[in-house]
Design a protein around this ligand. Structure first.
Ligand SMILES: C[S@@+](CC[C@H](N)C(=O)[O-])C[C@H]1O[C@@H](n2cnc3c(N)ncnc32)[C@H](O)[C@@H]1O
Length: 211
C-alpha cells in the first residue's frame, strides 16, 4: 500500500503500538463514549466506521447493535489485521475492508450512521472534501454523520510552527471548514467542544445531517 502522507505510513508501521499508546496518552474511553452518546443507537442501525484503526470503537458499537450491522474500513492493512483479531476474540461479527475514505466501496444510501474518529488530520483539503462527499453519498437521506476530530492547534511555539508549515495543505489539521460541510450537502445538527486529548490537543464533536 502506498501512502501519500507520512503520518499515515508511520501509523501503519507502528500499528502494534497504537492501542497501548492511545490508552496512555488520550482520554480514549471518554471520547468514544461521547461519540456513542451523540449517536444514541437503538440497536437496529446499519453503521459504518471510517478509518476504524485497530477497531476498539467498533467493539463498543457491535455490543449495542442486536438487530443492526456494522462495517468498518481503514487504509492500513496492519491496523485492520489487529481490528479483525480483536473482533474475533470477542466473538463479534464486524465486516472489515481495506480502503480509502475517498472512494468508499459501498452503495448509495446504505447507512443510518457513519462515524469517523481522529481521521481528518490524515487528509489534505482536497481529500477532506472528497471524503465528505463520499460520506454524504453512502448515508441514507435521514442518516447522521458523527465525528470527533482534532480541533484548533494549541498556540505554543511548536504548534505554531506546524500551523505555518501545513495550513495551506490541511494535513495535520483535523477540523475542516464549514464551507466543506455545506459543499458536500450537510448541515450541522450539533457541534461540541471536546476535552483536550493528550493534555493539549483540543477536540471537536460534530453531528451532521443531510440537507
Ligand atoms: C489516529 S488513527 C484513528 C483510528 C480510530 N478511528 C480510532 O479512533 O482509534 C487514524 C486512522 O486513519 C486511517 N486513515 C488515514 N487516512 C485514511 C483514509 N483516507 N481512508 C481510510 N483510513 C484512513 C489510518 O490508517 C489510521 O488507522
Amino acid at each position: 500500500m502506498k501512502y501519500k502522507h507520512l503520518i499515515t505510513k508511520l501509523l501503519d508501521i507502528g500499528a502494534g503500538l497504537y492501542d497501548p499508546l492511545l490508552r496512555l496518552t488520550l482520554a480514549e474511553e471518554e471520547f468514544r463514549k461521547k461519540l456513542l452518546e451523540l449517536a444514541d443507537l437503538k440497536g437496529h442501525e446499519k453503521v459504518l466506521d471510517i478509518a476504524c484503526g485497530t477497531g476498539t470503537f467498533d467493539l463498543m458499537i457491535a455490543k449495542i447493535l442486536d438487530r443492526g450491522s456494522i462495517r468498518a474500513i481503514d487504509i492500513s492493512p496492519k491496523m485492520l489485521g489487529i481490528a479483525k483479531r480483536k473482533a474475533e476474540q470477542k466473538g463479534f461479527k464486524i465486516h472489515y475492508e481495506v480502503g480509502s475514505s475517498q472512494e468508499l466501496p459501498y452503495n448509495h444510501h446504505e447507512f443510518d450512521v457513519v462515524f469517523t474518529s481522529l481521521m481528518f488530520h490524515h487528509l489534505d483539503y482536497q481529500e477532506k472534501q472528497r471524503s465528505l462527499h463520499e460520506i454524504h453519498r453512502v448515508l441514507k437521506p435521514n442518516g447522521r454523520y458523527i465525528s470527533v476530530e482534532f480541533g484548533e492547534f494549541p498556540k505554543d511555539f511548536f504548534h505554531r510552527m506546524i500551523i505555518d508549515f501545513t495550513h495551506a495543505s490541511g494535513i495535520l489539521h483535523g477540523i475542516y471548514p464549514y464551507r466543506l460541510i455545506e459543499e458536500a450537502g450537510f448541515y450541522v445538527v450539533d457541534e461540541i467542544e471536546g476535552p483536550a486529548l493528550a493534555g493539549h490537543h483540543r477536540t471537536k464533536y460534530r453531528v451532521l445531517g443531510k440537507t
